[in-house]
Write a protein that binds this ligand. Structure first.
Ligand code: PEP
Ligand code: MG
Length: 565
């Protein structure tokens, strides 16, 4: 866990702090903060005598093993993503790389605490340089350091205090080892100063189903014990709000959640305008669990996620078996398979990625097929084979299309195999030329995660830039609207499959712009469908027009709320 600086000046009652919304819902409760982390300082001038070094190595090894064992025990007591996150941190605590680096320093004469600090600093720097997912593990490394140092110094294990009343946990950032063990009846919401929508805080909050806002500016100045209202839909933390209004907002959010639980599909506005509500999946297991929701099909099957740990290219037959599982789970329903979006934050060993300074702007997605056409050809063969085996004819789309020419070549390869071709709109160039692209393909699917990244020139993995990669940014929504208009002019379907479609309010705005489908994580399907069922198409259209006239993400949200409630 990262320490929070203790608040210096109290924030005025009624102040609304803004962050990035991660999990919807509203809660009103007092703030708790993580306990003070151990003093990590070490005497860097001290040098151990030769005869003391072996014992010090043993003391260090025992401390690291104790920390890992405690984390594993908590992993055993937790379930789902929480358990996986704790197990992954336990594995990192026993990683030979940093353990070896610390051990070497002790053998060279450094006392264990100093050796741990230096070794973790070395790995933090290395992970940060690697960027992407590795950089997100820096919080885990620092958490492990605090725990091992506390163990070496004989201090209590750092972590989140267990509150005796429902509370809102505020911190600079939260390490998985702390968030994973939380009791959602006592910690009813999370808010952090750092962290992005994909941080561990966000993952755990989604699993616990508690409202969560990350990257909140000014949160460090809110003292423990202060009553705050966290709104995970708006992305706000209101300091000491008026009590009656806050309790009303919580009750309204609870009613919305209850309605979502009862929603059974299919997707439509209150006045019957149909919009397919679909699920995003990454393999057969995810598809089978998405089938338990009212999702009408799969709007995005991220095939590259099936092969993140695969060394050699799977055969056509092996691939077909995997794809068929998803087609079978949604037998007779719409399934949109995306071809491998390898590269950048999702490298595949067998894709032969070149060494690049800027992988997000490099050879990723469809661009891989340029130097390795067989990879795409084999995948399309496998999708066609899976379609033949299951009798479910999927639509197929390519990621990272930037030109009409790329779309034309991809479409030809799909049609040769009897597959229905489409492309993702994730690059501003593709949104601007959607009309030309639509001359070649049968549908478009807007990937708002990358579209936001490339429109705003802001790394989607960067916590510091989370407000820029917010899909409510009017520049992003202008490109979305432009793409949808091109689809309407061509009479071809345009869906949204990025995180924007998982936000119930934004889903209504997208509906107002004219999308034909919304595809979101299975956990978000009911919330989106239920919200859509409460509003009319006219309201959605008015909200879309109002949003497109704003100049900031916060104004866009407020404009949508004013119309859609
Ligand atoms: C997107 O970019 O919005 C998208 C859906 O693709 P991914 O998140 O897999 O890059
Ligand atoms: Mg993408």
């Amino acid at each position: 866990m990262t320490a929070t600086s203790s608040p210096t000046s109290p924030t005025a009652a009624g102040t609304v702090l803004h962050g990035v919304p991660v999990v919807a819902g509203v809660q009103y409760a007092p703030v708790i903060r993580p306990g003070t982390p151990p003093d990590l300082s070490a005497d860097t001038t001290a040098e151990l005598a030769e005869g003391e070094r072996a014992d010090e190595v043993q003391r260090f090894t025992d401390a690291a093993a104790t920390v890992a064992a405690r984390l594993r025990e908590r992993a055993g007591n937790a379930s789902g993503a929480a358990s996986e996150v704790l197990a992954a941190t336990a594995t990192l605590a026993q990683d030979r790389g940093w353990l070896g680096a610390a051990e070497k320093r002790i053998k060279d004469g450094a006392p264990a605490v100093g050796a741990v600090n230096a070794a973790i600093d070395q790995f933090v720097e290395m992970f940060t340089k690697m960027g992407g997912l590795m950089a997100e593990r820096v919080t885990d490394l620092r958490d492990i350091r605090s725990r091992v140092v506390a163990q070496l110094k004989g201090l209590p294990e750092p972590g989140v205090p267990v509150p005796d009343e429902p509370s809102i946990l505020c911190a600079e950032d939260l390490a998985p080892a702390d968030t994973a063990g939380l009791d959602p009846t006592l910690v009813v919401a999370l808010a952090t100063t750092l962290g992005g929508p994909t941080s561990h805080t966000a993952i755990i909050a989604r699993q616990l189903g508690i409202p969560c806002v990350v990257a909140v500016t000014g949160l460090d100045d809110v003292a423990s014990g202060t009553m705050v209202m966290v709104d995970g839909t708006l992305g706000t933390v209101t300091v000491a709000p008026e009590e009656a209004a806050a309790r009303d907002a919580v009750a309204a959010a609870e009613r919305a959640a209850a309605e979502a639980a009862n929603w059974s599909g299919p997707g439509a506005t209150a006045d019957g305008h149909a919009v397919a509500v679909l699920a995003n999946v990454q393999d057969g297991a995810a598809a089978r669990s998405a089938r338990e929701t009212p999702a009408e099909g799969v709007g995005l099957f991220r095939t590259e996620l099936c092969f993140l740990n695969t060394d050699a290219e799977p055969t056509v037959d092996e691939q077909a078996t995997i794809y068929a599982e998803v087609l079978e789970a949604f037998d007779g329903k719409k399934v949109v398979v995306r071809t491998l979006d390898a590269g950048s934050d999702k490298p595949l060993k067998f894709a032969g990625h070149p060494d690049e300074a800027n992988p997000a702007l490099g050879v990723r997605g469809i661009r891989i097929a340029e130097n390795n056409p067989n990879l795409l050809a084999h995948q399309l063969d496998a999708i066609a084979e899976a379609a033949g085996r299951t009798g479910n004819q999927p639509w197929v789309m390519a990621p990272m299309i930037a030109t009409a020419d790329e779309a034309e070549r991809f479409a030809a390869k799909c049609r040769e195999r009897g597959l229905t071709p489409g492309v993702m709109i994730e690059v501003p160039a593709a949104a601007l030329l959607a009309e030309k692209i639509l001359e070649h393909v049968d549908f478009l699917s807007i990937g708002t995660n990358d579209l936001a990244q490339y429109t705003m020139a802001a790394d989607r993995m960067s916590a510091d830039l989370a407000t820029l990669t917010d899909p409510w940014q009017p520049a992003v929504l202008a490109l979305v609207a432009m793409t949808i208009r091109a689809g309407q002019a061509a009479g071809k379907p345009v869906g949204v499959c990025g995180e924007a479609a998982a936000d119930p309010l934004l889903a209504c705005v997208l509906t107002g712009m004219g999308v034909t489908s919304l595809s979101a994580a299975a956990a978000a399907v009911r919330g989106v469908g239920a919200k859509l069922a409460q509003v009319t198409l006219k309201q959605c259209s008015e909200a879309a027009a109002a949003v497109l006239a704003t100049g900031s993400a916060a104004e866009a949200r407020a404009a949508a709320l004013a119309v859609l409630g």
